[in-house]
Design a binder for this molecule. Structure first.
Ligand code: IPE
Ligand code: IPE
Ligand code: MG
Length: 242
């Protein structure tokens, strides 16, 4: 039982937690293993964390799995990540009735292979009936790309006459993002020791509490999530007020 589990009765977990799953490469390097081995261990950490979030009653878990900038990596590493993703989704499709996880994908899936893209769409469609925890996979995701795509779509609707520019406010703009209809994350966690956003949820994390941790993602476990949630509860969230 982690620290947080003991306090569960008094401190509810955040409704929405987002995680930048970083540090797989360094984890592998430390062990003299190929980077793809780090990603495989990272996939295990994701399974653990998603299960624990479900146990805690976290409603939304958004994870950064592959950024619009990650295409700069070697073909071998990219393929390794895509294979792990496919394995995970095939497994999730098998276990769907048992786990009751709802899947959504944030990002431009058009650059994925057609079969992987189809698998994502199938997982989304088949899991939409479940509501225990919603996992949002950010895949070929970039915060700037998301905002540009939303702006373009709104502009197209104005050009087509179905929207007027004066209608646009923060609330409506949010509906054009991948996360439309989902509350903003209260807590964003970045393991691996890096202290930057790396183009993650730029719009949605405007008032999120960031917790940076030194643990590498493949080593991340329930105790780390407890610690991050405990840290979150210590923060004084003022939202610009006093
Ligand atoms: C995060 O781990 C996974 C992806 C970006 C796909 P990294 O692969 O970035 O690991 P480090 O930062 O090199 O250790
Ligand atoms: C952010 O990590 C992207 C994911 C975890 C998927 P990166 O490792 O790509 O980010 P930088 O390069 O450290 O900013
Ligand atoms: Mg990294």
């Amino acid at each position: 039982m982690g620290l947080f589990s003991k306090k569960k009765r008094i401190l509810p977990p955040p409704r929405h937690i987002a995680i930048i799953m970083d540090g797989n490469g360094r984890w592998a390097k430390k062990r003299g293993m190929p980077r793809t081995a780090g990603h495989a261990a990272g996939a295990e950490a994701f399974r653990r964390t998603a299960n624990y979030c479900r146990t805690l009653g976290v409603r939304y878990l958004t994870v950064y799995a592959f950024s619009t900038e990650n295409w700069k990596r070697s073909e071998e590493e990219i393929q390794g990540i895509m294979i792990l993703l496919r394995q995970y989704l095939e497994e999730a499709m098998r276990d769907m009735e048992k786990n009751h996880v709802c899947f959504r994908f944030f990002g431009d899936l058009s650059r994925l292979s057609p079969d992987l893209k189809q698998l994502c769409r199938d997982a989304e469609a088949r899991s939409s009936q479940y509501h225990d925890v919603q996992v949002n996979f950010c895949l070929n995701y970039g915060g700037r790309d998301e905002i540009v795509k939303a702006a373009r779509q709104f502009a197209e609707e104005v050009a087509a006459g179905s929207r007027r520019p004066e209608e646009l406010d923060e609330n409506l703009f949010g509906q054009y993002l991948y996360s439309g209809g989902i509350p903003d994350p209260e807590l964003v966690i970045r393991p691996s020791g890096e202290k930057r956003i790396s183009n993650f949820l730029l719009w949605q994390s405007a008032y999120s509490e960031y917790v940076f941790m030194n643990v590498l993602w493949p080593d991340f476990g329930p105790k780390d999530l407890d610690d991050a949630i405990e840290e979150y509860h210590k923060r004084d969230r003022r939202f610009g007020g006093v």
